[in-house]
Design a protein around this ligand. Structure first.
Ligand code: SF4
Length: 543
């Protein structure tokens, strides 16, 4: 299965690279993956665990392979963040699961949205979060209910396969692909082809770690392409026309790196093959010795873009890609799709802002009803934890906006803080968390709306419960990373990061930990100072 004729440089010391014959599993994760493919756990869930219950699940499935089907145990309520690092996974475990529904391209029909809503209400205590990777996550799921949940999701073309685990995760896509008037190219066919061909393919189900993909032909660069393992960014080649610029090796967490350009151009038709080549390199040459060095970004950092491209073309594609142009800088302004915008076909798309992605099954069901009532059938999730309704006829726009606002989903009334604030799952459900995130970020948004009612500049505030950066703290204007302060909840601060026009990692303010109850004061102070000192049009990251 794995590639073996290596011409690429090996790492200075053995890193568990399969392409160099280093097949001996070097850590517990590699051992359980070698013992049995993660995808195989589905059969055991359906035939054993769903009947015998939580206690019947052995550790390597419970804390390992179940992720291959989008299932993580959630944190037992009442365990404070100070114990996160000292307790073992069993002590942190609740008997319930987080279930991640993958929504490739962020795309959902009204029926699919209603199905997720019904599953949430019936099996997840009504919980639902829109994630910054265009997924929807439910909580409080019992293993007994998982086969029925799969049956319902799969009946409408959804699923949880490889939503987590060392696999090709959900493929990000522009929420307005195919409808935006200023689109360079619609990447949807490539996303569909990648998922159809490769998701669930055992050739790619044992990777060194997770593998993240983004495809967008929007000039607004609306899929955070700089922080994915592989990204395809819409550009116009002077001779070949519209296509994609290929980027590799982005990722945040504790060793953040932005992706680099290969200088290579892929046509829409070439994208799936290039994707397979890049993930093939990751599988074969990726570092498997240490989990902390097992992301593609470390290999890219060691090889550099030219060696990576040479290996991709020479050993995987068998042909040379055309050299291509870099994407032009995105237009200034917000890129979150919130508000009412004309489509290329004369209809409109309408973006709405839940606060920090927190919704509910009941609310999603109501959105599905509303979407159908105005004659649409297409909803999109965004990488800012927002949602967009496509294909709205002009005469129904006001009805939809009013309906969404009545549900608490701000469209025209969305403040800059509602639009720009994201939060990860945090201590409410996440076993790695040190602090609370969703509720605190929600309260922060309300405070800032109250204290700074006229502030209307684009500003991103990303709140994380631990250093893992699921909410992208290093690329926010104001990144807040959970860190205990004197034994109490607090946040370390990263300032001035950004994506797109202001692409770069923020500066960590070392030594500063803002106590949780001082968060509104701190963010207000920074925001006021920026507002007072900025020059006309100056963005936070450039300030
Ligand atoms: Fe959990 Fe940490 Fe990720 Fe937040 S950043 S969801 S606390 S792992």
């Amino acid at each position: 299965m794995a590639h073996t004729s290596a011409t690429a440089p090996p790492a200075a010391r053995p890193e568990g690279q399969w392409a160099f014959g280093q097949r001996e599993p070097l850590n517990p994760n590699e051992r359980f993956k070698a013992a049995d493919d993660g995808l195989n756990v589905r059969h055991r869930i359906e035939t054993v665990y769903a009947h015998a219950g939580f206690a019947s699940i052995p550790p390597e499935d419970l804390h390992g392979r179940m992720r291959w089907w989008g299932l993580y145990t959630q944190r037992r309520p009442g365990i404070d963040g100070g114990k996160t690092a000292t307790l073992g996974p069993h002590e942190l475990d609740d008997e319930f699961f987080m279930l991640r529904v993958r929504c490739d391209g962020g795309a959902l029909s009204a029926t699919q949205l209603r199905t997720i809503a019904d599953v949430s209400v019936e099996f997840g205590r009504g919980t639902a979060d829109i994630t910054d990777r265009q997924n929807i996550q439910l909580h409080w799921v019992r293993v007994e209910d998982v086969p029925e949940i799969w049956r319902r999701l799969e009946a409408v073309g959804l699923g949880t396969q490889e939503a987590c685990g060392d696999t090709p995760r959900v493929v990000l896509g522009s929420p307005v692909a195919g409808v935006a008037a200023d689109e360079i190219i619609d990447g949807t066919p490539a996303i569909d082809e990648i998922t159809r061909r490769y998701v669930g393919d055992p050739a790619y189900s044992n990777l060194p770690r997770k593998f993240k993909t983004a495809v967008s032909g929007s000039p607004h660069q609306d899929v955070a392409h700089e922080i994915n393992d592989v990204s395809f960014v819409g550009v116009v080649h002077p001779e070949l026309g519209p296509g994609f610029d290929v980027w590799v090796g982005g990722g945040l967490s504790t060793n953040p790196r932005l992706a680099v350009r290969l200088g290579a151009f892929a046509t829409l038709e070439q994208v799936p093959a290039v994707w397979a080549g890049v993930i093939g390199i990751f599988r074969d040459y990726g570092y498997r010795r240490l989990r902390t060095r097992a992301r593609l970004k470390f290999l890219v950092a060691d090889w550099g873009a030219q060696v990576f491209r040479d290996v991709l073309e020479g050993e995987y594609l068998g042909f040379a890609l055309a050299d291509g142009p870099a994407p032009p800088p995105p237009p200034t302004g917000r890129h979150d799709h919130v508000g009412v915008h004309p489509q290329v076909d004369g209809r409109f798309y309408v973006g709405a802002a839940p606060t920090v992605g927190r919704v509910s099954g009941e609310l999603l069901g109501a959105v599905a009803d509303l979407v159908e009532a105005v004659g649409s059938d297409r909803v999109r999730l965004t990488v800012e934890q927002k949602l967009v309704v496509l294909d709205v006829p002009a005469e129904r726009v006001d009805d939809l906006v009013e309906g969404l606002e009545d549900l608490g989903l701000a469209v025209r009334s969305a403040s800059t803080f509602r639009r720009g604030t994201m939060a990860c799952t945090g201590i409410e459900f996440c076993k790695l968390a040190i602090v609370e995130t969703k509720a605190r970020a929600t309260a922060l948004v309300a405070e800032l709306e109250d204290r700074l009612p006229t502030f209307d500049e684009p500003l991103t505030i990303n709140v994380n419960g631990c250093p893992n950066s699921c909410a992208r703290i290093q690329v926010a204007d104001i990144g807040l990373k959970g860190a205990l302060a004197g034994g109490e909840d607090g946040y370390q601060v990263h300032l001035g990061g950004g994506l797109g026009l202001t692409s770069g990692l923020g500066k960590t303010l070392r030594g500063l930990r803002v106590p949780a109850d001082e968060l509104p004061d701190y963010v207000e102070r920074v925001t006021r100072r920026f507002d007072e000192q900025r020059t006309e049009g100056e963005l936070f990251a450039a300030w």
